[in-house]
Design a protein around this ligand. Sequence first.
Ligand code: ADP
Ligand code: MG
Length: 572
Amino acid sequence: MRKFKTESKKLLDLMINSIYTNREIFLRELISNASDAVDKLYFRSLVDETVSINRADLAITVAFDGNGRTVTVSDNGIGMSKDDLDKNLGTIAHSDSFEFKADQAKNTPGEEKGLDDMTDVDIIGQFGVGFYSAFMVGKKVQVVSKAYGSDEGWMWESDGVDGYDLKPAQRETHGTDVIVYLKDNTDDESYDTFATEMGLKNLIKRYSNYVRYPIQMEVTKTRQIEAEEEGETPHWENYTEVETVNSMIPIWKRKGAEVSQEEYDEFYKTDFHDYEAPARTFSVHAEGALTYDALMFVPAHAAYDYYTRDFKKGLALYSANVLIMDKCEELLPDYFSFVRGVVDSADLTLNISRETLQHNSQLRAIARRLEKKIKADLVAYRTDDREGYEKFFENFGRNMKYGIYSSYGAAKGAVADLLLFYSAQQQKLVTLDEYLEAAPEGQNAIYYAVGSSLEHLAKMPIVTTVLAKGHDVLLCPDEVDEFCFMAMMDYNETPLKNVSSEDLGLTTEEEKKEAEEATEKNAGLFDAMTDALAGKVEKVVVSTRVSDAPAVLTCEGPVSLQMAATMKAQMG
Ligand code: ADP
Ligand code: MG
């Protein structure tokens, strides 16, 4: 049998130009490698007494040269020997980090040696391709490295086309510098930001904010210099300072009991750009076939674009502390689209570019569990803080009702019991369960009325009639209410009935007969009225449905007057 030969030139080209949709992720990949290198050295120090490393000294540095158009990512991690450079960077799709992680999982030396900080090692690499993303933005990449414990440094250099060179190089201590020489003459404006302080800081914050080692950058700051002598005015001066750009601590990985609400609020406000602290905060820490951590929030108010087409639902998805997706839609059902938050799992099978997932079944499993958690929290909210819940409902209730309507009722099992409606009898918001609990014996329907406002609805003749007969009516001034109820049809098998469009079965046969007779007797009058209102009404009859009002406008068939008006408005 013949061996396949790799056309590495083609493969590299494919790698560089086809797998990523987003050039800027090169920085995420280089930082992830630096983090892995530092993690590996830290791990060595845990299992090998001769390696003495202070965790606090381990760091990643990002530097740039605006004129020379270079970006450098350095680490003081494990470093690479000449052989390592050859093997790890000379072979596409060879991941030493993946092997390292596999070994680590197999040997679990942590337990044997009684170490509990093994969970502190969190290797990101897996496919052995991330490094090559540097060639998406770089015309040349140099890697200067010195392996821990060795005294010779080596440089790997390549233009990403023909091959690479390896030559001796100087480096003070163990670790690696990856120097990317940015391409020139590109139309892509993002290149102009890659070698700037702001541009790099933004990318670090966006993708690598929770990498667990400090990512440091020399930043420029200004300070005011006080006047030393009289007559002089104070002036401003630029100076540079090394700053840690990432926040490092993934708050969602910490146990709820260890984190104060203030810390959660701060995290929420910063990461989700909200001026107000969240109304609810809750987390999930799942272990088993799929291990993940999730932290979720219910905002205290709807985002300005929440009820527009521009709004995108979703939770941020992280894998091993590195951002994969800002808004992973699959993690939230439409009716809970207001929830913000983060899911982090090292177990996700990512696709090779680490931009999406291979298996949606993993997402679906997580989403199912999160949905249960959201539901449970909202129920607890309603029970523990009714006032707060009513405010929440004012913000997001419409969305849950819309969720039922847009799923043709399929979502009712998930959210119908969370809905609130205004009770005409109790003069406050009630759940459907509360409505039924208060209903008189024998009432086997939920009555509702739709209209433009609560005041208007409360005065509707048909509403006062039903109330007078001892039945409560839910007053629904929200346009979506009727659509929601039509889609639901029933609530736990109790039918939902619109008081103005259905025969409610509240009149006796005798009353009906009387009305029919009265209609017949006065046929002349009603015909004259129908003629006078031609084009506006279909017929005029005596009704059993009014108690204290002289007349009522109603319609037959499935579409109520209110719904007809809404549809007409929508069709323009
Ligand atoms: P992956 O990170 O998925 O393994 P990469 O293409 O990003 O794939 O990197 C390939 C390999 O190169 C890594 O597995 C690692 O062994 C080595 N490597 C890359 N960057 C560094 C670094 N900064 N320090 C030490 N080793 C590195
Ligand atoms: Mg990598």
